[in-house]
Design a protein around this ligand. Structure first.
Ligand SMILES: CSC[C@@H](O)[C@@H](O)C(=O)COP(=O)(O)O
Length: 362
């Protein structure tokens, strides 16, 4: 059984408070979009896909309690709440993508004028609820394509993988993206060892990925972020697989701070570097990585760990939560639910998929 970060049934949403892991397993009730906004901002839920799913499901909980007199009222309400949810954290595109698609969906339902407001509300709720299963299906495909690609390009099997941050069940509806690839390798008995970085300053690797790896009984070692180069020199690493918060038109990728330096180190050691993410993480509206808005987190998140001070009060900090890995360093490819693409071909391939219009809502 994989860890369940999001528990949902109609009218009730609870999330595993990721700030308390691994010490305590505590579920937090998310009663409305305000509670979701705060939980996203505080990073009680984090990871690009999980942020979007929790945001949208919080809206369904709120909708469930409300009555609308007209379709236009419903439409306006949903649009406003979706925009509000996007404002919690700026770098991951998934909430913004879900918001754009959600607004389009509610507009279509309202403008058709075929349903009573209550029926239309239920339809909107059902569409958002579909995100949970869709995300798991998407992740399983990412896992399969990624594992196949890595194995095909490696004579030696089973393989050792290095990953960064947390991209597993806790960052998604279940299964995971980069960790989904690792999980798939494990399922096929083709995984030898996982190296997971601590991922300072918030320690998503130490607190969350290590927790998931132990939970799944995978053979793994936690390493300091500064150990990545030595690890690739001293140990055989067959591939690096990381997640993404936003992949832009030219393939440049924003992901957790530290990803960029791991990509440089991987290139130096000739280790293929993969980014694993759903199509919803692709943002063709931005041409190159230099235009991605990088969230800067408060200094205190660097200067203390769980309330224990680890740096002098008066030291200044620079605490960007993400960095941008240039497409040229993504040497293995970008693993999506539709296959593994070279960064420079991703835009074209996704626009072809969009022409086939596989998506209904999400
Ligand atoms: C499938 S999660 C992909 C990314 O969101 C993940 O690698 C990451 O950078 C998470 O950052 P976080 O600040 O913890 O939300």
């Amino acid at each position: 059984m994989t860890l369940q970060a999001i528990k949902y049934h109609r009218g009730q949403l609870d999330i595993l408070d990721q700030l308390l892991l691994p010490d305590a397993t505590h579920y937090l009730e998310i009663a409305d979009t305000d509670a979701a906004w705060k939980a996203i901002k505080k990073m009680q839920v984090r990871g690009a896909p999980a942020i979007a799913i929790v945001g949208c499901l919080s809206l369904t909980v709120e909708l469930n309690q409300k009555k609308f007199a007209t379709l236009q009222e419903l439409k306006q309400y949903v649009e406003e709440k979706l925009e509000y949810l996007v404002s919690a954290r700026p770098t991951a595109v998934n909430m913004a993508d879900a918001s754009a698609k959600g607004k389009q969906m509610v507009r279509k339902i309202a403008n058709a004028g075929e349903l009573e407001p209550e029926e239309a509300k239920l339809k909107v709720i059902k569409e958002f609820e579909g995100m949970l299963q869709k995300d798991i299906d998407v992740n399983k495909n990412i896992g399969r394509f990624g594992a196949e690609h890595i194995l095909f390009h490696n004579e030696e099997k089973p393989v050792n993988i290095l990953t960064h941050c947390n991209t597993g069940s806790l960052a998604t509806a279940g299964y995971g993206t980069a960790l989904g690839v690792i999980r798939c390798l494990q399922e096929h008995k083709k995984l030898s060892h996982v190296y997971c970085t601590e991922t300072r300053p918030y320690n998503q690797g130490a607190r969350l990925t290590a927790y998931e790896l132990v939970h799944e009984k995978m053979d793994a070692s936690l390493i300091c972020d500064s150990t990545a180069a030595a690890c690739m020199k001293e140990h055989k690493v067959h591939a690096v697989v990381v997640g993404a918060d936003r992949v832009v038109a030219n393939g440049d990728t924003a992901n957790k701070i530290g990803t960029y330096q791991i990509a440089i180190v991987a290139k130096h050691h000739n280790v293929p570097f993969y980014v694993a993410c759903p199509k919803t993480t692709f943002d063709p509206s931005i041409e190159s990585g230099k235009d991605i808005h990088i969230e800067v987190r408060p200094n205190h998140e660097m200067k203390s760990v769980k309330g224990v001070k680890i740096a002098p009060d008066d030291i200044n900090c620079w605490n960007p939560a993400f960095d941008v890995t240039p497409a040229s360093l993504i040497t293995g490819g970008i693993i999506t639910e539709f296959g593994v693409f070279k960064p420079e071909e991703l835009k074209q391939r996704i626009s072809e998929l969009d022409q086939d219009k596989v998506d209904v809502f999400y």
